[in-house]
Design a binder for this molecule. Structure first.
Ligand code: SF4
Length: 163
């Protein structure tokens, strides 16, 4: 990567594990250890005041499932927040952190770890994802996938780190 490209990549957030933000490093640890962080250790709290930052605005949030890629248990989308809160667009994309895990461990995520759904929203499906291989395989998750499926780690083609 040339210096100019590297500078522009940096401006968009951390590009590898050596300059990861603490929340991105926490996700990588969770992937390796297969245990999410308990709410107490994550300083998770439910606030009753109106706020701009809450789980639903965080890149680790699985809105429909009320789950988080990093913190254990159900979260409150509108009022919950933890010390790992990362606004969408901040640091690495969660799917790119999974790719670091796959490269480092030599293992894909198990199907059940991927939060796979049978039909994703238009534009956010396997067919739109840079980790999709055309014969129905995925670089991140074990199993077979159809173009209309999706998962909790989709990264749209052209976004995030270079693979
Ligand atoms: S959207 Fe599909 S291809 Fe992309 S990471 Fe998820 S399961 Fe894999």
């Amino acid at each position: 990567m040339r210096a100019k490209e590297s500078a522009s990549a940096k401006a968009k957030g951390s590009q590898d594990e050596y300059d990861m933000s603490p929340p991105d490093a926490a996700l990588l640890r969770v992937l390796y250890e297969k245990v999410k962080i308990p709410k107490g250790k994550a300083n998770y709290e439910v606030r009753n005041t109106r706020q701009r930052a809450s789980c639903v605005k965080c890149k680790f949030n699985l809105g429909d499932e009320r789950k988080c890629h990093v913190v254990r248990g159900k979260v409150n989308n509108e009022k919950g927040i933890s010390k790992f809160f990362s606004p969408k667009g901040d640091g690495m994309l969660p799917g790119d952190v999974v790719w670091l895990y796959v490269k480092g461990s030599g293992k894909k995520l198990k199907y059940r770890e991927g939060h796979v759904i049978k039909k994703g929203a238009p534009g956010f499906r396997c067919e739109d994802c840079k980790y999709y291989l055309y014969h129905g395989k995925c670089l991140l998750i074990e199993g077979k996938f159809k173009p209309k499926m999706s998962c909790g780690y989709i990264v749209k083609i052209g976004q995030g780190i270079e693979v």
